[in-house]
Ligand binder design. Sequence first.
Ligand code: KIV
Length: 275
Amino acid sequence: MSVQSEVRRLTAPDIRAHKGGEPIVCLTSYHAHTAAIADKHCDVVLVGDSLGMVMHGLETTVPVTLEMMILQGRAVMRGSKRALVVVDMPFGSYEASKEQAFMNCARVLKETGCGAIKVEGGSRMAETIAFLTERGVPVMGHIGLTPQAINVIGSFRAQGREIAEWDRHEADAKAIAEAGAFSIVIEAVAEPLARKITQEIAIPTIGIGASSACDGQVLVMEDMLGLSPRVPKFVKRYGDVALGIDKAIAAYAAEVRSRAFPGPEHVYPMKAKKP
Ligand code: KIV
């Protein structure tokens, strides 16, 4: 007999059903312990390929591998109970063909237990997204600024700030929605364009540097906690964790050097002898 866990995890259809409702709260996490905290407050925890930059200090997300995503995806699944966990497909793991995408997405779903995957790209990904969703892979899209394309676009600049660019981005959003994605991340896009796309498509939009009119918001956890040294304009810092860590490590180093740590309460005394 199977035993159901007490907390029901949100699913891709649950998130899809949020369209036009209460905003969807999404945050990245790559670790079990931060996932457990995010899980208390968020609807979606995204294991973003931003982990390459945030955890590994890479300049871009391009070198991130499927193995890195699976390892951190597992950690986040272990730490969370309720949020829908979405794992990013890294560059090179899904673009060659819809068959390649299915094989690698199936591997991510099986090996992490996550509830959905995310792929970058607009209209060019529509056929692949349809192929995946028809075969049991829930897909979150990602349009606007797509960081995996950095070597083609040249810089992480905001998109859609000229009206001439709008048609392409609107077509991307519609193509992905019609292909069966359950939601779309819109990254670094001019505010009125993100608002318009949100009104035009039937699935939730999740903005990052987009618009408060989006159906939800996502940020990179380390950026909003004040741990990342450099952050884009769209990041609001909700904490200064780097300062807290710096102070704690400085105090630790000083106490080790002065032999104040470990104190008597941190060491094991000998067992008392029996009379
Ligand atoms: O990798 C990531 O963290 C992302 C978010 C910025 C949406 O894709």
